[in-house]
Design a protein around this ligand. Sequence first.
Ligand code: MN
Ligand code: MN
Length: 313
Amino acid sequence: MSLPAGRHGVPIRRGWPSFFGARPADDPADVRADVAFLGVPFDQGTNDCPGARFGPLALREASMRFQSVDGEGWLDAERGERLLRGVSMADVGDVDIRTVELEQNLGRITEAAAFLRSRCRLPVFVGGDHAVTLPLVRAFEDRSLTVVQFDAHQDYTDEKFEQRFSHDNHMRRVSELPFVKQIIQIGLRGALESTEPWEAARRDGVHIVTSQRIVSEGVERALADVWPDGDTYITIDIDVLDPAVATGTGFPEPGGIGYYQLKEALLLVAQRASIVAFDVCEVNPNYDSADVTARIAARLMLDLLGAIIPSRE
Ligand code: MN
Ligand code: MN
């Protein structure tokens, strides 16, 4: 037989890709899982290089390389730990994003995120440009929330060219949500053309850890004061990574951290906080080389999931 049996063949060339090979939901209303994935193919908030709307598809394809074939989860070979054994996962598909309708699309994202929360223990959102984080966080208004942002950029601009909801504004808008109690930004760097956002963030009590500090001091020392308070939402802008290791993003920023440093930082935050959800944004396959960025992002999702939900015996 020339066609492989089961799921041991080349998965993305047969059937449809889904996050880590998770069961795609025929009807999202039927979903019951420990982890549920939602794609957010939205890049109307991008001010320069569009294409992050293809992120969910790229992440699905890249994550198919990490399919668990025997239900035993994954072995992190370097840490000697079993990840996600016996943890159920479901792929509920993508938010129904429409052309042009900006405000309605943001509303649809909030609605879909709120629905996903009711179907699983841990919702995972895959963007899309970073503007999606505001509507996603809005779906957690019943919690007192800490938001931990991994990003090269602060995304804390109040208004620019009369825009208030782009991928450069969303953290400022998140800071205005009454139920968001604390914001921690990790990996910031760059040459700022305006100091207002930086000063506003400091005034608002935002905790900032720069990429340079992580590189020179190491993750543990640089994050020694990072203790998220209460329920925590993590947002990962993949451009926090050095563009030399992750080219596939719309606004590459010189400098940055590597895979091991980001993984260690994510594991540390997961250990110290009660994570209610996370998102991964700004993976843009138009600029990716050999799908490396999508692959790293998928692996980091696996690492973080493994740190949040322990394997079952
Ligand atoms: Mn960024
Ligand atoms: Mn960002």
